[in-house]
Design a binder for this molecule. Structure first.
Ligand SMILES: [Cu+2]
Length: 301
């Protein structure tokens, strides 16, 4: 097994195990094992097209689709990801901010990577090989770590992405991709866009006035996405691996490429409200508005 973390993380892991071993009743560090298969797949768009992408698929066989699997964890978990490279070029597995940046797995090979999650939040995983191309072809995914002792009424996930049809079709045809030309024309949340996001229970903010709602956001795209809330201001409470000293109350929050954030919302009014990228181009699908990066809050009295 390859340990993709630094020695610092390894020592931290030993420390955690020792502490848990000496405190009766707190010895339940879990190990979560996940298999991911890198292979070609498809993105089904809001304008009923099918685009060729690369996927971290959860199944060895069968057609792969975006979005890539969410990895759901609890605070204290150890994650073991075994990456099976079924593609014909090298791919790796990185969790941004935690390790794996130098990983590279040969075609037809498998490797296991270890990560530790001592704190709640959300992280982005991606292929660190051939950046930014492989990331732009679809190889990103979300990790959500829940504090099982914290209290909230519901939690949600928005995995943001944008896709350049030019890059996807060049890659499928085996042609070189010019990274100086990046013109994304599809913009997704959890692999969906437009009103289709309402069918995703991880994306639709469903709740009641007074609820304590948590929203995990990871930007797997190569561009900044600025999320604008109608109906509410939210509290930005955590970003890029660290809590804010004080919540930042905002109705528009910019998430840079590769960025992560945690919003807290206690709705003060009922209604159905859109939340969308403030860059209008990103609310389109191949130029058609509003089939892009938009989600909804559906709050009952
Ligand atoms: Cu707006």
């Amino acid at each position: 097994m390859k340990n993709s973390n630094s020695m610092g993380h390894f020592r931290h892991f030993l420390l955690v195990v020792c502490v848990f071993a000496t405190i009766p009743g707190i010895g339940n560090t879990r190990t979560i094992a996940v298999d991911l298969y890198v292979k070609s797949g498809v993105l089904e768009t809001a304008d009923d097209r099918t685009l060729p992408v690369l996927c971290f698929a959860s199944s060895e066989t069968g057609q792969a689709f975006l979005p890539n699997s969410e990895i759901g964890l609890e605070v204290g978990d150890e994650l073991l990801v075994t990456l099976h490279n079924q593609d014909d070029s090298y791919h790796g597995f990185e969790v941004l901010g935690l390790g794996g940046a130098g990983s590279s797995v040969a075609p037809g090979s498998s490797e296991t990577f270890q990560f530790l999650f001592p704190e709640a939040g959300c992280w982005l995983y991606r292929d660190p090989v051939n950046l930014p191309i492989n990331q732009g072809l679809g190889l990103t995914g979300p990790i959500v770590v829940i504090d099982q002792n914290a209290d909230h009424d519901a939690e949600f996930l928005w995995h943001l992405n944008e896709f350049s049809e030019g890059w996807l079709t060049h890659h499928e045809a085996g042609e070189a991709i010019d990274t100086a030309i990046y013109l994304p024309n599809y913009f997704t949340v959890n692999g969906r866009s437009g009103a289709d996001t309402m069918d995703d229970p991880r994306a639709l903010l469903a709740g009641q006035v007074g609820d304590n709602l948590l929203i995990h956001v990871v930007n797997g795209g190569l561009r900044l996405h600025s999320l604008h809330f109608h109906g509410y201001h939210v509290n930005l409470v955590w970003r890029d691996g660290a809590p804010l000293s004080e919540p930042w109350v905002k109705d528009t929050i910019a998430i840079p490429a590769g960025g992560t954030a945690l919003f807290q919302l206690t709705p003060h009014q009922s209604g159905l409200f859109p939340i969308h990228d403030h860059v209008v181009q990103s609310v389109t699908a191949n130029g058609v508005y509003p089939l892009g990066m938009i989600v909804f809050a559906d709050i009952q009295p």
